[in-house]
Design a protein. Structure first.
Length: 370
């Protein structure tokens, strides 16, 4: 309980984070049942995609508000930018590099040859091209790390060149420009690449940094609206949530019912699919960011999952699931045995993630202000 009450938290954002990691877990559980080509496993795979989109938009919303306050209220200079990055890196680097090392050890023992390993130490394993099949869940972390650097240094460049008088408006312009730039990269990809398969799309568009940064900046834009139009944000929150629900329904069922397959509509998939998914997630932010407290029986469980979500993300696939599948051939298991395997996998993942959070992640975060 001490961990849950260690800081002021917004329950709605904890719920958002908990749902995101549970969707990612569901998506990778589909790998256990991958011999079963049912609608259920297809929905599980889609759940993993939506989970990462939630993380992107939520991350942009949170860091966007932090940077916005520093940019508009304080002395925004190089020292301020590096202070921000120091705090971010204390949050993300320790866990990332520890689990990177663990994955390297596992790869050594199973005889997996890692190429381009140095790229993982600089988050460029998937900067402009598909990453190799090692520590594959790290692709989203590269997207976030580049967003953490690009946004504040872009704002710093504006101050040096233009010395803006209206900083809130200038912040909006810079963020919109960044979102447009990384939206255009997908147009360029579509114009220069013949992509008509989901597998290629997953590797070459969905999981490549230069095509995904606009998802983060959509979250930053939501943060700007929160900071500057809060009355509007509160008044219309249920309307946006309804629109977000309709859009999620479209992604879940409408795309298939309308026959919007990538082989017939590659432009829609390569250019619009991902930004629209990010927008659908952002539409839930007004409701969830205003959900301050919750006293129901499941509130502590949701907050707990939210707290350990980063540890879960890093451990659940490469360290836990792939190791377990290396020991047990799940493709030969019966349906009942696969369910038991999945439950054991989830229990191990949650327990290991709690240990990592309690004894490593949180102590490292506590050093941010030391």
């Amino acid at each position: 309980m001490g961990l849950l009450n260690s800081q002021k938290r917004i329950f709605g954002l904890d719920l958002m984070r908990a749902v995101a990691i549970l969707l990612v877990l569901a998506g990778h559980c589909a790998w256990i049942f991958r011999g079963n080509n049912s609608i259920f496993t297809a929905l599980m795979a889609l759940a993993g995609f939506l989970g990462v989109e939630i993380f992107f938009v939520l991350s942009g919303f949170l860091i966007g508000r932090i940077i916005y306050r520093q940019y508009t209220e304080g002395n925004f200079n190089t020292a301020a930018v590096f202070h921000f990055l120091k705090r971010r890196w204390f949050r993300t680097f320790p866990n990332y590099f520890l689990i990177l090392m663990v994955n390297m050890v596992i790869a050594f023992f199973v005889g997996f040859n890692i190429e381009g390993l140095w790229r993982y130490f600089f988050f460029v394993q998937n900067f402009a091209s598909p990453m190799l099949p090692f520590f594959t869940e790290s692709w989203s972390l590269s997207v976030e790390e580049f967003a953490y650097v690009i946004l504040p240094f872009s704002l710093l460049a504006v101050i040096v060149v233009m010395k803006p008088k209206n900083k809130p408006r200038q912040f909006l312009i810079v963020t919109l420009l960044l979102a447009v730039i990384f939206f255009v990269t997908k147009i360029c990809y579509n114009a220069n690449t013949q992509n008509i398969t989901i597998d290629q799309w997953n590797l070459s568009v969905k999981a490549v940094v230069i095509y995904r940064l606009d998802s983060i900046f959509i979250g930053v834009l939501a943060g700007w609206i929160y900071m500057n139009c809060h009355d509007f944000w509160q008044r219309t929150k249920y309307l946006w949530a309804m629109l977000g629900t309709l859009m999620v329904g479209f992604y879940t069922f409408g795309v298939g019912l309308l026959g919007l397959t990538i082989d017939h509509y590659p432009f829609f998939w390569n250019v619009f699919y991902l930004p629209l998914a990010s927008l659908s997630v952002a539409f839930f932010l007004p409701v969830l960011s205003e959900w301050q407290k919750e006293k129901s029986a499941i509130a502590n469980g949701i907050t707990f999952i939210s707290l350990i979500s980063y540890s879960i993300y890093l451990l659940h696939y490469g360290v836990v699931l792939q190791t377990m599948k290396h020991i047990v051939d799940t493709e030969t298991l019966s349906a009942g045995s696969s369910v038991v395997f999945t439950l054991i996998y989830l229990i191990i993942t949650i327990f290991m993630s709690w240990l990592l959070y309690r004894f490593y992640e949180k102590p490292m975060m506590d050093k941010r202000d030391a």
